[in-house]
Design a protein around this ligand. Structure first.
Ligand code: PLP
Length: 423
């Protein structure tokens, strides 16, 4: 069946014609290594990586082998299983903050429970979240996720319909990388704040020197739980995540994407005294945080995650990942410089973004300052040149070959050239 027919069928049964994650104009039928094929048989190089998890590429033979073996043994149990227990051990070894782990199925769920856990632990209600920070789809996380309206800090703007007005009162919004304003917000409400939740690299905006250290100190000072959302950065920036890469240890972290090896699995991990609120025997009825999930600790996801992380531990993997990212960044710079188009790349080598602006990106507002019209055209051209990527991120995999990298370079050059011809 042709792609256009699939698209028509999708529009009938799916709101907006899609699953809510990616736009409706492409229907992916197959993926292998660094490549994807749509329903018309068009081949793409994958820089979307299923929004992050496929760091090894699609259908890695060693991952496929453990998945096939696990299918024969059972796909889900709603009970402890060896793979899940082992994965929890691997997470505790890898993540500096992790003494214990609770598994969930999605990153957003992990963030929601991490926030609730901080509330259970501190007995306080308010949280501090950064403007533009992404923590899934809970009511709290939807506050000032991608606000079009500029309001004064710490006021929160809901980015979704259907959120009770009362939620706004408990979410204080701060500017990422601005210690002064963040400190004044925290100090004004310290005794009511349960947690500060932050992506150690917010979307693709790296923390400025000292910002995460400042958050660590101020949270210590006021007994506030510091949560690093490492759903993206965990095992990607470094094996030990953003907390290893930037050298700051939170109280809790959330993980997703890579730890399920392409299957639905996420986790809250952190200090045992905080995690004990998942254990009624330790904290009693009043402190107990009820949490149950049908697929939590799913063995299929756990074996895929375990194998993915084992492969990531092999020597040279992070160097290779960063080299791949660096090669793509160089291609972008070269082509845009050649045609004298002002731009900024921000992020780290394993994951970054581009804007058409001269300004260095330090926070959400800076990240919105680029020329959106040129970006829309550029993204359209990249797609025409058979690069599949999210509108806001370049996700780098280990599956990229030298041939892929030079093909990406050529696709970027052609896309930039097309931009110039239109302008
Ligand atoms: C930083 C961050 N946190 C949480 C999430 C939510 O994860 P999920 O889509 O698995 O719910 C995402 C998703 O991309 C994310 O980037």
């Amino acid at each position: 069946m042709r792609q256009s027919e699939w698209i028509q069928r999708a529009y009938k049964v799916l709101p907006a014609g899609n699953f809510g994650n990616f736009e409706s104009s492409v229907v992916i039928c197959e993926a292998k290594g660094s490549r994807l094929w749509d329903a018309d048989g068009n081949e793409y190089i994958d820089l979307l990586l299923a929004s992050g998890p496929m760091i090894l590429g699609h259908g890695h033979p060693e991952v496929v082998e453990v998945i096939l073996e696990q299918i024969g043994k059972g796909t889900t149990f709603f009970a402890n299983n060896p793979a899940g227990i082992e994965l929890a051990e691997v997470i505790c070894d890898a993540m500096a903050c992790a003494e214990q782990v609770r598994f969930l199925s999605t990153g957003g769920e992990a963030d929601m429970y991490a926030i609730r856990l901080a509330r259970a632990f501190t007995g306080r209600d308010k949280i501090v979240k950064f403007e533009g920070g992404y923590h899934g789809m809970s009511s709290e996380a939807q506050m000032s996720l991608a606000p079009e309206k500029r309001v004064d800090f710490p006021n929160a703007v809901p980015d979704s319909a259907g959120i009770p007005a009362a939620v706004r009162q408990d979410v204080l919004i701060a500017p990422f990388n601005d210690s002064e304003v963040t400190a004044s917000i925290i100090e004004a409400h310290a005794s009511e704040i349960a947690s500060v939740i932050v992506e150690p690299m917010q979307r693709c905006i790296p923390p400025q020197q000292g910002f995460l250290e400042f958050l660590r100190d101020i949270c210590n000072q006021h007994d506030i739980v510091l949560i690093f959302d490492e759903v993206v950065t965990g095992f990607r920036l470094a094996y030990g995540g953003g907390q290893e890469y930037y050298g700051v240890v939170p109280d809790l972290c959330t993980l997703g994407k890579l730890i399920g090896g392409g299957f639905p699995l996420s986790a809250v991990a952190g200090r045992a005294d905080i995690m004990s609120h998942f254990d009624k025997a330790k904290v009693g009825s009043d402190g107990f945080l009820m949490q149950v999930g049908t697929l939590s600790g799913n063995p299929m996801a756990s074996v895929a995650g375990l194998k993915t992380l084992e492969i990531m531990r092999r020597p040279g993997q992070y160097e290779k990942l960063r080299q791949n990212g660096s090669a793509i960044q160089q291609h972008i710079h070269q082509s845009l410089n050649e045609f004298e188009i002002g731009h900024q790349i921000f992020g780290e080598m394993s994951q970054f973004d581009l804007i058409f602006a001269d300004q260095i990106v330090n926070d959400y507002r800076d990240s919105q300052s680029g020329d959106a019209t040129i970006m829309t055209r550029f993204l359209r051209e990249l797609r025409k040149n058979r690069i599949l990527k999210s509108p806001t991120k370049y996700y780098i995999s280990l599956a990229l070959t030298e041939e892929d990298l030079s093909q990406i370079g050529e696709a970027i050059r052609q896309s930039v050239k097309a931009l110039v011809e239109v302008v």
